[in-house]
Design a protein around this ligand. Structure first.
Ligand SMILES: Cc1cc2nc3c(=O)[nH]c(=O)nc-3n(C[C@H](O)[C@H](O)[C@H](O)COP(=O)(O)OP(=O)(O)OC[C@H]3O[C@@H](n4cnc5c(N)ncnc54)[C@H](O)[C@@H]3O)c2cc1C
Length: 412
């Protein structure tokens, strides 16, 4: 429920009601059952704010894995997302201008779909509606957490909402405020950052031919270019474009008029879906691998991009964060049942220990793919060529790539 004035103390405060913070809160709400905890989520940007503010729920689309479908089914939101979701029945991976194309399809893998694409805006509407109608979760929005400090019993936060400044205390703060967290900086939590010197230009595009539920991932000399299948609207065949470019090119392309950008994109993507007819508003995202060096402290847990920001090439960032969110909810509920404090460091360390392997393999997988497929180095080009051919020939290799893409890999 929306509130306008926060209490002085909460058992749990979530900073950031973006894709991860809001999803975590919805999962927590459902897990609470009869358990009574006071919970507050603080979000800086209202869901209907103009997109220039770079909300979590902007013009991007997200490929959800089968595991993430289970997450949303588990909290009774999958049905609500229903019509807005487009299933991926096939993934075509190719290398621009070179031989070698891998087709992974759902039938071969014995699954209904390899993944699902949802527009972030729609996901935001569904999550925010649930938070607004919740009787157990309090939502303060717009409000900005401007200061943080550890106390003997947890964390103390300074908030600004409207003209009011407030101090609140919490036993546990779950930080889900994204990859550029000022709160994290204030706490002195260091990050390891590897910049890819690439930016992603994203837009919704309209195509001549229907996508037939195929997701295209094309590797080009500037980096990967993906077109994900979107629900058609008013008879228009729509796709979600994620185009990786050098920093300079991305800045330059973002300034181009639609008619100037269209031929450049067509040349890169080819004619698999016929002519590209329209390119919607473009947005640019800098890409890096950014990992927090600590994910928990007494009274504090980091979730989502603030814990690990990955390259979008393999569509793993949110999917991984949802697995983290589920694990954190389970650990907190178990602690509650055993009479342990939510912010006790041993409780939070149990969460980290449970997710460590998944985070490490998902991060490494994404990083390796980014490096391998963004290079013109001859050795990597050959590796890529034979890698793609080998995956096409060997069903077990294809199966393992599909499992990773679906978020079902056993190695996590
Ligand atoms: C181009 C692109 C494509 C992607 N595609 C995929 C994909 O297909 N599949 C996938 O799994 N992942 C994908 N990702 C990754 C995914 O978008 C991220 O994992 C996800 O957005 C992380 O969400 P978050 O809530 O952690 O952070 P954010 O989205 O950054 O949200 C943080 C929230 O915290 C709020 N906030 C920040 N500071 C404060 C404060 N001080 N006080 C109050 N509120 C605050 C912000 O307003 C924001 O709403 C993609 C990423 C990009 C860039």
């Amino acid at each position: 429920m929306q509130i306008t004035r926060p209490d002085k103390f909460y058992d749990l405060v979530v900073v950031g009601g973006g894709m991860v913070g809001a999803s975590f809160c919805c999962a927590l709400e459902q897990a609470l059952g009869e358990t009574s905890l006071s919970i507050l989520v603080i979000e800086a940007i209202p869901p209907n704010a103009n997109s220039a503010k770079k909300s979590s729920f902007d013009a991007r689309s997200t490929a959800l894995s089968f595991g993430s479908r289970k997450f949303f089914e588990g909290i009774d939101l999958w049905q609500t997302l229903g019509d807005a979701v487009s299933a991926i029945h096939e993934i075509q991976v190719s290398d621009r201008g070179r031989l070698g194309c891998v087709e992974i399809n759902a039938d071969e893998q014995g699954v209904e779909a390899l993944g699902y694409v949802v527009e972030n805006k729609r996901l935001g509407q569904v999550l925010n509606a649930r938070l607004n109608e919740s009787k157990k979760i309090n939502l303060l929005c717009p409000a900005l957490v401007s200061s943080v400090k550890a106390t003997e019993k947890g964390m103390q936060l300074g908030l600004t909402h409207g003209d009011t400044e407030t101090i609140i205390d919490a036993s546990l703060v779950v930080l889900a405020d994204g990859g550029k967290s000022h709160v994290c900086e204030q706490l002195g939590i260091a990050r390891s950052i590897e910049r890819y010197d690439q930016h992603a230009l994203i837009a919704n595009i309209v195509l001549e031919k229907p996508h037939e539920h195929i997701a295209f991932e094309r590797f080009t000399d500037t980096g990967p270019l993906a077109v994900l299948p979107l629900k058609s609207i008013e008879g228009k065949n729509r796709g979600s474009l994620v185009w990786t470019l050098s920093v300079e090119q991305a800045a330059q392309y973002a300034e181009l008029e639609e008619e100037e950008l269209l031929p450049l994109l067509q040349e890169r993507f080819g004619y698999k879906l016929g002519k590209i007819l329209e390119i919607g508003e473009t947005f640019v995202y800098p890409l890096s691998l950014s990992l927090a060096k600590e994910q928990v402290r007494p009274g504090l847990a980091l979730l989502g991009n603030v814990a690990h920001t990955l390259h979008p090439v393999a569509g793993q960032g949110l999917n991984l964060a949802l697995r983290d969110a589920r694990a954190l909810v389970d650990v907190l509920m178990s602690a509650q049942q055993h009479g342990l404090g939510l912010g006790e460091v041993n409780v939070l360390l149990e969460y980290v220990a449970g997710q460590e392997a998944d985070q490490a393999t998902t991060t490494q997988f994404t990083h390796n793919i980014t490096k391998l497929f963004s290079s013109n180095n001859e050795a990597k080009v050959w590796l890529r060529k034979f890698g793609l051919v080998a995956i096409e020939i060997l069903p077990t290799l294809r199966r393992s790539l599909a499992e990773r893409a679906m978020g079902l890999s056993k190695s996590r």
